[in-house]
Design a protein around this ligand. Structure first.
Ligand SMILES: Cc1ncc(C[n+]2csc(CCOP(=O)(O)OP(=O)(O)O)c2C)c(N)n1
Length: 183
């Protein structure tokens, strides 16, 4: 079970993430996405939207951000959901569901960061960011992960995008061991 940020998971640990997903390692990854490296003082990260201002993007970010839902799905995750901190009950259910599945499961949690991201981009307080989610999050289960881009000021998709079954790394490993042993 991994509980981490967008910077840690998709910049610093990006390589680990895609290969754990590709191998279908039996684990759940929960990403708190606040669109920046918050703890270290508000640097831009791999999910920072184009144009957003941060300490290392004072004139506005010009790096294309990852769509985490699409990234996780294409790397091989067997369960992919996204909710915001406003959708507390749905988020809780998604976490339980993700943990109940075997294989690599991923839940993205869109989260406010009033001290760094919110302040520099004039989004107001944490509650204002929650209001923004209420106005712009569109619930659509089974949507194409490609359509899950997040663009400031525009509606964005939340819900369950992927829920499939396939053998995990360990299941394939044990099957191979048995095959070799039994000839
Ligand atoms: C390998 C490595 N490099 C750099 C750091 C320093 N570091 C600690 S937290 C952090 C930023 C984390 O950002 P994010 O994962 O988005 O989480 P947030 O603080 O925004 O919740 C960095 C760069 C680290 N801990 N480990």
């Amino acid at each position: 079970m991994v509980f981490s940020g967008d910077g840690d998971l998709f910049a610093i640990g990006g390589n680990h993430f895609i290969h754990a997903a590709r191998r279908n390692i039996d684990m759940t990854v929960i990403c708190v996405n606040n669109f920046n490296y918050g703890m270290t003082g508000g640097q831009l990260g791999p999910t920072t939207p184009l144009g957003a201002r941060l300490t290392t993007a004072p004139y506005g970010n010009f790096e294309h951000p990852f769509n985490l839902v699409y990234l996780a799905a294409s790397a091989g995750a067997t369960y992919v959901a996204r909710w915001t901190t406003l959708h507390a009950r749905r988020l809780e259910r998604a976490m339980v569901e993700a943990m109940s599945r075997k294989g690599f499961t991923f839940v993205e949690v869109i989260s406010p960061c009033p001290t760094n991201y919110g302040r520099r981009n004039r989004l107001g307080e944490g509650l204002d960011e929650m209001r923004y989610y209420a106005e712009h999050a569109v619930i659509r289960h089974g949507a194409d992960p490609k359509e899950a881009d997040i663009v400031p000021g525009k509606d964005f998709l939340v819900g369950k995008f992927v829920d499939v079954e396939k053998p995990t790394y360990l299941e394939m490993y044990h099957a191979k061991v048995a095959e070799l042993r039994d000839g």
